[in-house]
Ligand binder design. Structure first.
Ligand SMILES: Nc1ncnc2c1ncn2[C@@H]1O[C@H](COP(=O)(O)OP(=O)(O)O)[C@@H](O)[C@H]1O
Ligand SMILES: [Mg+2]
Length: 313
């Protein structure tokens, strides 16, 4: 199936001089799409544009083939949204908030009752349903916000920093919720400034930097593009001295070297696999060799490389 979201050369110029764009990206049906980039790079602006919550200065946005600015109702009926900073009336209980959300989505009393139970169960808030939101931790507010987005079982979820303020156990659960939604054929777009988080659950990612999309692709393709920039981590008995370091740097295929107390990290270029020679140097010099492993590339490596290339060109 085709693209659920299509953004072409979107530019948003804020009145105070802030500017985002051009942003170009597409989200395919039934995929988890991670929008990633440092704070202030334009993620929230891009997600808000998908919901018709801001007027673009130029460019186009289509969600389910519809322009969300001119026809927000058509789009919103099929989308669940969790904003970056969810704010709820503090005197509402979790149950009350979800009930109101169901009513706003046009559900009757019976549908509301069923839907509230389903969402409480999905988000793990069953035991907190009667508590006032004012007493909720950041992580619980985040869960409730995701719950609100899930109301009505929408086809597309747009989640702005869903892992923000969520503790490690909550994160595991949140990932499970998102993966379950994808299994059901839902499309998910979420933003995060944590590349590690994005790498774990996304099928594809879009990277934004200083207001521009700098890269888009499947996680596996992007990681493959890092081939030849692998790093070997070596655990040693004794810290290598200058002479040993120089000997390692002389080995063909070694690009750079970082030395810690009991570990060294050797960056390789792809031309030649120097692992055996590194091992020989270490053993011969008395540094010893306890363990050696190839560290797989991460999205962070990809991001740093792309950003550096952009700065240098
Ligand atoms: N409501 C706003 N008014 C003025 N400037 C804004 C507003 N929202 C965002 N910006 C500016 O747009 C840029 C991108 O912000 P944002 O989309 O929030 O990025 P991110 O979500 O990646 O942190 C920033 O420079 C920010 O200052
Ligand atoms: Mg943001």
């Amino acid at each position: 199936m085709g693209d659920v979201v299509k953004i072409a050369s979107l530019v948003k110029a804020y009145s105070d001089g802030g500017r985002v764009g051009p942003i170009t990206l597409s989200v395919k049906n039934s995929e988890v799409y991670g929008l990633v980039g440092p704070n202030g790079s334009g993620k929230t602006t891009t997600l808000r544009a998908m919901l018709g919550l801001l007027t673009p200065t130029s460019g186009s946005v289509e969600v389910f083939g519809v322009d969300p600015f001119s026809e927000p109702k058509k789009v919103n009926a099929r989308v669940g949204y969790s904003p970056e900073i969810p704010t709820f009336p503090p005197f509402f209980t979790a149950r009350k908030l979800l009930e109101v959300t169901c009513k706003l989505k046009g559900m009757n009393a019976q549908e509301t009752k069923r839907e509230v139970e389903r969402v409480l169960d999905l988000t793990g808030l069953v035991n907190h349903a009667e508590r006032k939101v004012a007493s909720f931790s950041k992580g619980m507010v985040q869960r409730l916000s995701i719950g609100q987005a899930l109301v009505g079982d929408p086809e597309l979820l747009v989640l702005d920093e869903p892992m923000l303020g969520v503790d490690p156990v909550g994160r595991v659960h949140m990932r499970e919720v998102l993966i379950e939604q994808r299994k059901e054929g839902k499309t998910i777009v979420f933003s995060s400034h944590e590349l590690y988080e994005v790498e774990r659950i996304s099928d594809r990612v879009g990277m934004v930097y200083m207001g521009n999309t700098v890269l888009e692709g499947s996680v596996s393709d992007l990681l493959r593009s890092q081939d030849g920039r692998s790093v070997v981590e070596v655990v040693v008995k004794r810290r290598p001295n200058d002479e040993v370091r120089a000997a390692i740097l002389r080995i063909s295929g070694v690009k750079s070297l970082n030395v810690g107390d009991n570990s060294i990290w050797v960056e390789l270029d792809n031309a030649h696999d120097p692992r055996e020679e590194i091992a020989e140097v270490l053993v011969r010099s008395g540094c010893g060799l306890i363990e050696m492993r190839l560290v797989p590339p991460t999205l962070e490596d990809v991001f740093v490389r792309v950003v550096k290339q952009g700065v240098n060109s």
